[in-house]
Design a protein around this ligand. Sequence first.
Ligand SMILES: O=C(O)C(=O)Cc1ccccc1
Length: 306
Amino acid sequence: MPKLAYLGPEGTFTEEALRILAPQAERLPRANVSAALDAARRGEADGAVVPLENSLEGAITTTLDEFAWGEPLLITAELLLPVEFSLLARPGTGIGRIKRVFTHPAAITQCRAFIARELPDAVVVAAPSTAAAAQEVALPGSPYDAAVAARIAGEHYGLVELATGIGDRSDTVTRFVRVSRPGPLPEPTGSDRTTLVAFLTDDHPGALLEMLTEFSVRGVNLTRIESRPTGDGIGRYFFHFDFEGHVADARVGEAVSGLHRICADVRFLGSYPRADGLSPQVKRGTANGDFAEATGWLSRIRTGQV
Ligand SMILES: O=C(O)C(=O)Cc1ccccc1
């Protein structure tokens, strides 16, 4: 039975994702994303499950930065999970008495309209996770009056639900990933995604276009691109890429080695089955057979077999 660390405590959306991704796993809750990933890096756990992005507000930047700068990990699976937020308080607290709200930053950004409309005077404070917020609000002397979290977190920590479905959109989806220490990659399935980060050699006109060209000329479709500051000053960025296909696919392998040639550094973060099950449209001339045929042709002309 694998042991998997996750963004805890009990009752987070990440726990829900983990239960779907690995129903048999032993679950090790950790206080934040970095601690969950460190548990996997140090071998306390066989891997970890963490949130990566949501469809409304985008990236969970702590996760992106851990993947780029922390000890290397490989993504081995992903999950898309619809999330529903509830406003939770200690029994007896009326909505009119809520002055301080505690929740994860990703929940703050996804419930802005509700908070502005129903709790215009409330101060909203960032918590390590939604369930950590619920756990804290449940303490009798808590400085917070309410948490935004999953209904199940309220049940778990003995809070009452004052409102539910309080997200700005009802169709918000969060993408979670399972990671392991570097090792064998999941086999290609025909419906895969690859993730990497790339660092520029130097800042010059067209630097980003040069990277994108490596994907474009091989017919590799990007599914996410994100710039993150390197920390070396305003205007200094590196890039996260998600794209269709597995690094074992010829076109993807060629694009990735092309990036390696032109970038200062490329950190490969994994090839793994896509949660949506979609398959890439393979452009003419970019199938595995096309690359193999071209390689054979090149070696023939190199040896004079014209
Ligand atoms: O805090 C949680 O419950 C998490 O798993 C992070 C999160 C927060 C808001 C939406 C999705 C995931």
